[in-house]
Design a protein around this ligand. Structure first.
Ligand code: ZN
Length: 367
């Protein structure tokens, strides 16, 4: 069974009132449409992803993702995508509106499970609002218990949806409508409240985002004949930081901050210094499995604030470069990182340039 994920991102979104279409607006650390793309990739359910967009998307490098041009109306974009994959032998196709970035991977899996015995599986939610229907000049009460609101992703047996889409000339707002118009059977499953459609700018604030904070501290002694690394950046200096690893206090403090916010103990538990396999490990390599885990569990870095405590090297001289290096290592924008240099009035080990310390506070979002 092979699945294809079609992402409809060609809409003009007039109610969003912005020059940049809403699908491309920045939303929780990335372009809105990328949330759907990333979840489709992470679910591992899809052999191919087709993005239908009227704006060229250059940032996509993944070979399993194709970007094609859309039509004027949503149903035409969907028709174009189905036509594009008609000879590619997909058993099933999932069709999703880019304006719904907040569905869960769990929902994708549930849809996929239900597809085994059905030709169309559609998520829906109900309403708590009293509902009226306008007929001519009068309003009628509707029984809200009998009303359902359909969401996307919607998934289908490819051959069936392709046939119906080809026949269709009506401007349907989703593929479930198409199935209903042709009196085909649909399996409805429970959708998600968070899977709302982003229509206006105020919808961008609607998602209930939880925040978690973590604090990290580290100090290493400076020794001769070792390279100095701070924030993953090699810095010319008379000494380097002693330690089992490269001694990068900045990366270590950030790691502890990240682990703290995720409530997953600390760097010492993860990388015990009595294990020889971690000997001379570069700190970026200690960071990457933690970032993978962070991503897998659905956290996003909101911002990081760092105090680098040393007499020399002068932090101001390297601030930009260290931030650029961290932005690259952590895969976040530079403006999400703040780095402050602190001296200690020549006091103690740090004051004598015999040690460097760092503290970092990390804010993670979870949606
Ligand atoms: Zn350390």
């Amino acid at each position: 069974m092979t699945n294809c994920f079609i992402l409809l991102a060609a809409g003009k979104g007039k109610r969003f009132k912005s020059n940049n279409p809403k699908q491309f607006t920045n939303y929780i650390n990335k372009p809105l449409f990328m949330h759907s793309v990333d979840k489709a990739i992470k679910s591992k359910l899809f052999k191919s992803i087709i993005i239908v967009s009227n704006i060229p998307i250059k940032s996509i490098k993944d070979k399993s993702i194709k970007v094609i041009k859309g039509g004027r109306e949503r149903y035409q974009s969907s028709q174009k995508a189905l036509n594009f994959i008609k000879n590619k032998r997909f058993t099933n196709v999932f069709i999703h509106d880019a304006a719904r970035p907040n569905f869960s991977i769990k929902l994708l899996k549930k849809l996929n499970d239900n597809l085994r015995n059905n030709k169309a599986v559609i998520p829906y939610i109900k309403t708590e609002n009293s509902t009226k229907y306008k007929k001519g000049n009068s309003l009628q009460n509707l029984d809200r218990d009998k009303i359902i609101f359909t969401q996307t992703p919607q998934c289908f047996d490819f051959k069936t949806i392709y046939k119906l889409s080809k026949l269709n000339k009506l401007s349907v707002t989703d593929e479930a409508s198409l199935f209903l118009n042709y009196k085909k059977k649909i399996k409805f499953i429970k959708g998600e409240e968070n899977n709302f459609k982003i229509t206006t700018k105020s919808d961008l604030e609607k998602l209930n985002i939880k925040s978690f904070y973590g604090i990290g501290f580290d100090i290493h002694r400076l020794i001769k004949n070792k390279k100095l690394y701070l924030g993953g950046l090699k810095i010319p200096f008379h000494s380097g930081l002693q330690g089992h690893s490269d001694g990068d206090v900045v990366v270590h403090a950030i790691i502890d901050g990240l682990l703290g916010a995720m409530r997953k103990m600390d760097i010492g538990t993860l990388y015990p210094s009595n294990k020889s396999k971690f000997k001379n490990i570069r700190s970026p390599n200690m960071l990457s499995p933690i970032l993978k885990n962070l991503d897998k569990e659905g956290y996003f870095i909101n911002n990081i604030d760092i105090n680098l405590i040393c007499e020399r090297p002068k932090v101001s001289k390297y601030r930009k470069k260290i931030i650029a290096s961290l932005s690259n290592l952590l895969n976040v924008n530079k403006d999400q990182i703040n780095l402050k240099g602190k001296t200690v009035e020549k006091l103690g080990l740090i004051g004598k340039e015999e040690a460097i310390a760092c503290e970092a506070i990390v804010a993670l979002n979870y949606a």
